[in-house]
Ligand binder design. Structure first.
Ligand SMILES: NC(=O)c1ccc[n+]([C@@H]2O[C@H](COP(=O)([O-])OP(=O)(O)OC[C@H]3O[C@@H](n4cnc5c(N)ncnc54)[C@H](O)[C@@H]3O)[C@@H](O)[C@H]2O)c1
Length: 317
């Protein structure tokens, strides 16, 4: 579906709307579509009510993996679904819990939406690529290194399975593979917040920023406003499939510290520590060719501009 005109009464469901990216999306929709009716489904297991300050819509505080959606929502009254709810603690080792909650949540949404073929955009992840250490495009093999990434691969497979049914082939279900997202609204994630935020906090407390030896691991750090934009563009495109949502650049932790030093007017040297994780990604970078061509996605922030915006926001709080 093309996104509706800004004055339209757009009826939208955002799952995970109390979380970092979900709440940023909710705020953007309410800001731009003055007559939007947004319903958030979130059981607040990792989200935070503060993220929804000023929210005008309805909250359904239910576990999506268990909810009978039709008891709460009438399919006819939903124009679009953005599915961001997920267990997001990538350290979670309980395979049954991770796959059950993440996969069954999505299955329930798909079952609810299939009759009216309500367009869905859902959050996948760069974790589907695993420890591949190269620029990843959507056609690359998926080799998740942890059960979180595995659960996201199952979401993608499930979407493809529904879309292969003869009566559902025109349905629009798009997955956005977010890379390392940072920006305003992630503080509630604690240890799962971005490295940019963790390093900022350490430096703010007057401590040396701690990174794994020797700080040259590279990540595609992407600003939350850019992934929200990509998510809306995926809905707008009316295309099905999966799309990378990154900055398109790989930058090192040493780079992050140097940009933070610049923005915070500090001069901290990093403290290098041993890396205890076997599945730690040494390098991530999104190939944006498909997202750019098919969705018209172009990130607004590189690392310097993104950290500048973020630090200014953090310092104002
Ligand atoms: N932040 C990143 O860097 C990143 C990277 C790749 C993918 N993603 C994906 O983006 C989405 C949003 O992530 P985020 O960073 O905003 O994390 P978050 O933890 O802040 O948000 C997830 C939200 O989903 C809710 N939730 C989880 N399981 C639920 C369930 N079964 N029923 C109802 N609510 C449930 C949580 O309470 C939380 O509010 C997730 O799907 C995540 O996997 C994020």
């Amino acid at each position: 579906m093309a996104l509706p005109a800004k004055s339209v009464r757009w009826r939208v469901v955002v799952t995970g709307g109390a979380g970092f990216i979900g709440s940023t999306l909710v705020k953007r929709i309410e800001r731009e579509w003055e007559n939007a009716e947004v319903t958030v489904i979130d059981d607040f297991r990792s989200g935070h009510f503060k993220n929804l300050e000023g929210f005008r819509g309805e909250v359904i505080a239910q576990n999506l993996a268990k909810i009978k959606l039709k008891d709460f929502l009438e399919p006819k009254a939903v124009d679009a679904i953005f599915h961001l709810a997920s267990i997001t603690d990538t350290r979670e080792q309980d395979q049954r819990k991770m796959t059950w909650d993440n996969v069954e949540s999505f299955r329930r949404l798909l079952e609810f939406a299939r009759e009216k073929q309500i367009p869905i955009t859902y959050a996948s992840s760069a974790a589907t690529y695993g420890i591949d250490a190269r620029i990843n495009s959507e056609t690359d093999e998926r080799k998740p290194a942890n059960v979180y990434g595995f659960s996201k691969v199952q979401l993608e497979n499930l979407a493809a399975k529904y879309l292969s049914e003869p009566d559902l082939q025109g349905w629009k279900i798009a997955g956005t593979r977010y890379f390392n997202v940072y920006g305003p609204g992630e503080a509630h994630k604690g240890p799962m917040a971005s490295m940019i935020y963790q390093l900022y906090l350490q430096m703010k407390a007057g401590k040396k920023p701690r990174v794994f030896k020797a700080g040259e691991q590279k990540r595609d750090f992407v600003h939350v406003d850019d992934v929200v934009n990509c998510t809306l563009l995926a809905m707008n495109s009316g295309k099905s499939g999966v799309f990378n949502a990154g900055s398109g650049e790989a930058r090192s932790f040493n780079d992050v510290i140097s940009v933070l030093n610049h923005e915070m007017e500090t001069n901290f040297k990093p403290e290098y520590i041993e890396n205890p994780f076997a599945f730690f990604q040494p390098f991530t970078q999104a190939d944006l060719a498909r997202s750019s061509k098919e969705l018209g996605y172009k990130p607004k922030y590189n690392l310097e501009a993104g950290i500048k915006q973020y630090v200014a926001w953090l310092e104002k709080k």
